[in-house]
Design a protein around this ligand. Structure first.
Ligand code: C5P
Length: 401
């Protein structure tokens, strides 16, 4: 049994690689699952598979050119306005490059640029093209800045005769990613997420802070919004754009973060503290730049910052709401330390992750503990970790997948 995609409107983009023939099977599955599929093909895709094939399978006219005299033109505004999701499979290196630079030089890239909903791309190409720094950079841009979702290609024998990465992901994997993106199980839940570091000023140009990119918290906020939650993201200074449909509340110091979180806590169903809050701040912050003195040493007196997670734990007492989740950055003994922190802070959930991965890596290994036990995620992307954590929060709110 395939996924239930009844009444879901899917724009299926097909770009020009040999894997384009597999998009016929994909289209068939989507239609059989109940989706309404509108296919858009690039010129190059039509050299690998005919629009007639896709037209027959989707039951709808296929569009290729921006200005097609043979049929009523489908404008690049009209097509995306209707769709729930844009799925591009296969996505070629050139299509990714066009989108990463905001080109609108043909119908499929113009539609992509004009589409405000979720984009899921399944790249397929030769291994060297996949590993080329330009492709790697374009994918980063599309994922991190444009918020795209990528179903990574698999490894195996490629049509060009080589063996390696670059083969279009299996249809089942693409369908699973698609249904994951369309899931709205958190509809109506109010979720507050903190992310990034806090910055504690010494004077107008100097500060102490924590190393934190904010990516984990942003991934949780983005995923929660995609799953239908009403999301507030209280964020320390980071260089990430606000995820779509998320209300971002920018803060700088731990004291500002405390106010932003505690002031909203009573209205929330779930609070996830993913921020790297500085434990201490300078006792005083000089209004003017501190001048270099003649002494070889300088002493800065630090005072303790409030523990926001602990305050939330106390606030909730024995209540089920809000569901309070915290993080524990550890270098060893993930489970034991997470259990200890859960008790100390009276949190429902603690996510313990390895400091080595969490700070720099794209993937991380985490253990999520709550009173029902522990979930070891293995090595996963920050997006996948976000999904797993939200599954547990959803279950605590009586929601199931
Ligand atoms: O106590 P520790 O810093 O190891 O706990 C980490 C967890 O506590 C994280 O969820 C972090 O966001 C939160 N925290 C906090 N306020 C602090 C320090 C940490 O809310 N002052």
């Amino acid at each position: 049994m395939g996924p239930d995609l009844k009444n879901v409107k899917i724009l299926l983009g097909v770009t020009g690689g040999i894997a384009a023939y597999k998009s016929a099977e994909l289209c068939r599955h989507l239609v059989k699952s109940g989706a309404r599929v509108q296919v858009i093909m690039s010129d190059a895709a039509c050299r690998f598979i005919t629009p007639l094939t896709m037209e027959t399978l989707s039951g709808q006219p296929v569009h290729v050119q921006m200005f097609d005299p043979a049929r009523r033109p489908l404008t690049h505004i009209e097509a995306p306005a209707e769709a729930d999701i844009l799925l591009v499979a296969p996505a070629t290196a050139d299509y990714l490059a066009r989108c990463a630079t905001g080109r609108a030089s043909d119908l499929i890239s113009a539609v992509t640029l004009a589409f405000a909903g979720p984009v899921l791309a399944a790249p397929a190409m030769n291994t060297n093209m996949w590993r080329n720094p330009a492709t790697v950079r374009n994918l980063h841009t599309l994922r991190d800045e444009h918020g795209w979702h990528i179903v990574a290609p698999g490894s195996g024998e490629l049509a060009c005769g080589t063996v390696g990465e670059g083969r279009l992901a299996d249809t089942d994997d693409i369908l699973r990613a698609l249904t994951g993106l369309l899931r709205k199980d958190l509809n109506g839940l109010r979720i507050l997420v903190t992310a990034g570091p806090t910055v504690e000023d010494l004077d107008p140009v100097r500060f102490i802070s924590n190393r934190s990119s904010g990516r984990t918290g942003y991934a949780i906020a983005a995923m929660a919004a995609r799953r239908g939650a009403d999301v507030t993201l209280v964020s320390g200074p980071v260089s990430l754009p606000a995820p779509p449909r998320v209300t971002r509340v920018p803060v700088r110091s731990a004291l500002e973060m405390e106010q932003a979180v505690l002031g909203r806590a009573a209205d929330m169903d779930v609070i996830v503290m993913a921020a790297a809050v500085a434990d201490y701040r300078p006792e005083t912050s000089a209004p003017q730049k501190i001048k270099k003195g003649t002494d070889d040493t300088m002493t800065v007196k630090l005072v303790k910052n409030p523990d926001i997670l602990l305050a939330l734990g106390r606030l909730r007492g024995t209540s089920d709401r809000p569901v309070v989740a915290g993080f524990a950055l550890e270098t060893e003994h993930l489970v034991e330390n997470a259990q200890k922190k859960r008790a100390q802070k009276n949190a429902h959930i603690i996510v313990a992750n390895l400091a080595q991965d969490a700070l720099d890596g794209d993937t991380t290994r985490a253990v999520i503990v709550d009173d029902t036990g522990e979930t070891d995620t293995g090595g996963v992307s920050k997006e996948a970790l976000a999904d797993r954590l939200l599954d547990i929060c959803a279950a605590r709110c009586g929601r199931s997948r």
